[in-house]
Design a protein. Structure first.
Length: 317
């Protein structure tokens, strides 16, 4: 009996050991990280360089890049779960939050007020903001530049009733601007730089001393709360990339030529007006974003007043 028991014990030990070794030999389950991006910005540069894939490989994470035409569509993708992370300007997350989106602010780039402006044709008779009275101004409704126009008019003791606002997306606004159907256009980079270089558009006023024009990095709330290490890696990679862009603007412009279809000179100029860092949100940045949300609410562009603080990831402050 003792010999049988000993053989049984040895056999059991061998089986258990084999099972343990087999389990150890199984590869870790891979996590796929779906990131939303647009043709222009820091994220397409990260994609082109492949640095994020390298950083996340050790964590068992693979990256899938999903392209969107603009911030609103990207954040809708985040809301329905097709992506869990992405980048947008100031306005899209405000509208997304107003629609009860499941997003949180994770990080931001520093203010880039020179990256948007109100422009007029190079031979326009408009020389001052007061000259805009009664004129037709094109802009993308509910965008960063919508807020810029509000601040421009406010500073010059004017209101939206003093001008005729024509709501058009960038491509249609550019066409209307060129054929003279509108007198002015409020637009952001790289469309701004393209208009300056390609058709000689003249900046009447930029966002300097008027607006912040931040870029924000946003994530699905559940994903952000459950994957702080992955988010930390993403933010660190983004910050490193912006520092590289600051030191190598020409190389960055060349990388963006293929996805954007824009000339080197256009991209090089727009890159010079970027904010070069990706960091957690400060109280000042949160307050500035709250001001944008309040302005949109006052203009009845969103249905109810927002609390931006409620959409800030705790670790993002």
């Amino acid at each position: 009996m003792s010999r049988r028991f000993a053989k049984s014990l040895v056999l059991s030990t061998v089986v258990v050991s084999a099972m343990m070794l087999s389990a150890c030999a199984q590869p870790k389950e891979q996590v796929t990280l779906n990131i939303g991006f647009q043709k222009y910005g820091v994220l397409p540069l990260v994609k082109a360089q492949g640095t994020l894939e390298q950083s996340l490989k050790a964590q068992g994470v693979t990256v899938k890049w999903v392209e969107f035409p603009a911030g609103p569509q990207l954040l809708e993708g985040l809301n329905v779960g097709s992506v869990v992370f992405g980048e947008a300007g100031e306005a899209p997350p405000i509208f997304a939050q107003a629609a009860n989106a499941k997003l949180v602010y994770v990080a931001h780039q520093p203010a880039a007020p020179l990256g948007e402006a109100l422009v007029v044709p190079k031979d326009s008779s408009i020389q001052t903001i007061q000259d805009l009275k009664g004129k037709r101004i094109a802009l993308n409704k509910g965008s960063n530049v919508h807020y810029l126009l509000l601040k421009i008019l406010e500073k010059n003791n004017l209101s939206l009733t003093d001008v005729e606002v024509v709501y058009l997306p960038p491509s249609d606004a550019r066409a209307a601007f060129e054929r003279g159907s509108v007198d002015a256009w409020v637009i952001w980079d790289p469309f701004l730089a393209a208009a300056e270089h390609q058709i000689g558009a003249r900046s009447l006023v930029t966002g300097k001393n008027l607006v912040s024009n931040h870029q924000f990095y946003l994530a699905d709330r559940k994903f952000a709360e459950e994957n702080p290490k992955i988010l930390q890696t993403i933010v660190s990679t983004l910050n490193t990339t912006t520092q590289w862009v600051k030191q190598h603007p020409s190389e960055a412009a060349k990388l963006l030529q293929q996805p954007t279809g824009l000339e080197f000179e256009v991209l090089h100029q727009s890159i010079q007006r970027m904010g070069f860092a990706v960091t957690p949100l400060s109280n000042d940045v949160i307050e500035a974003q709250q001001n944008v949300a309040d302005a949109f609410y006052q203009q009845k562009l969103i249905p109810h007043k927002l609390d931006i603080q409620s959409a800030i990831l705790p670790q993002a402050k």
